[in-house]
Ligand binder design. Structure first.
Ligand SMILES: [Zn+2]
Length: 206
């Protein structure tokens, strides 16, 4: 068996709105030029090694449930109860067909793009399925390329990266999380997320 074929890379939400580099609407700390350059270089190297590169992108309608603007009287970072879970309300970000939604990894490096959060009424931190349980197609893509071992990095460690990693493990994939190529929104959240991913079976690599 060709070992390289059993692996794939998932680049989570390296998008304009999540980076300081692009003065994004929901910029994650420490995501300036160096961070973006490092993720592009790493992706290039993985691609050169023959690994399929799957990029997830947050891709919201303008009235998405996670935007504070969709809830009168609320402000950014307020937390509301939706169904059986807490929803953090974010500034509008990664709106479909806007520059903020652009993936910063050059498209020629990307094997396939998977969109998340494209239904107004459901949040989707995970690249695999949204809070309404709808599949994004990522699992099927991974099965198509024959990958069981995933290398994951991106934004943000304490939200979409974590959710994607936990679902991957739940679905039986092996996961290596590259922490040096990932950034979280808060230091405490990032620490907790790394511990949670590791406890669930992910290998954390600097
Ligand atoms: Zn979002």
């Amino acid at each position: 068996m060709n070992v390289s074929k059993a692996r794939a890379v998932i680049v989570v939400d390296v998008q304009a709105d999540f980076t300081q580099y692009c003065s994004g609407a929901l910029a994650v700390p420490d995501t300036g030029r160096d961070y973006v350059a490092a993720t592009i270089k790493a992706t290039k190297d993985f691609k050169k090694s023959g690994l399929p590169i799957l990029a997830t992108r947050d891709y919201h309608p303008a009235d998405h449930i996670s935007f504070f603007t969709s809830h009168p009287g609320k402000k950014p970072l307020d937390v509301i109860r939706i169904g059986d879970r807490d929803q953090v309300l974010w500034p509008p970000h990664c709106v479909q067909d806007t520059p903020g939604a652009a993936i910063l990894i050059p498209s020629e490096l990307i094997t396939a793009v998977v969109s998340t959060g494209d239904r107004s009424e459901f949040e989707s931190y995970s690249g695999f399925r949204d809070d309404g349980g709808r599949d994004t197609g990522l699992k099927e893509l991974l099965e198509k390329v024959g990958a069981r071992n995933l290398i994951v990095f991106g934004l943000a460690t304490d939200y979409c990266v974590k959710a994607t990693v936990l679902h991957a493990l739940e679905d039986g994939f092996r996961v290596t999380l590259v922490s040096g190529l990932s950034r979280g929104i808060t230091p405490e959240g990032t620490e907790a997320a790394l511990a949670e991913m590791e406890a669930a079976g992910a290998e954390i690599k600097a």
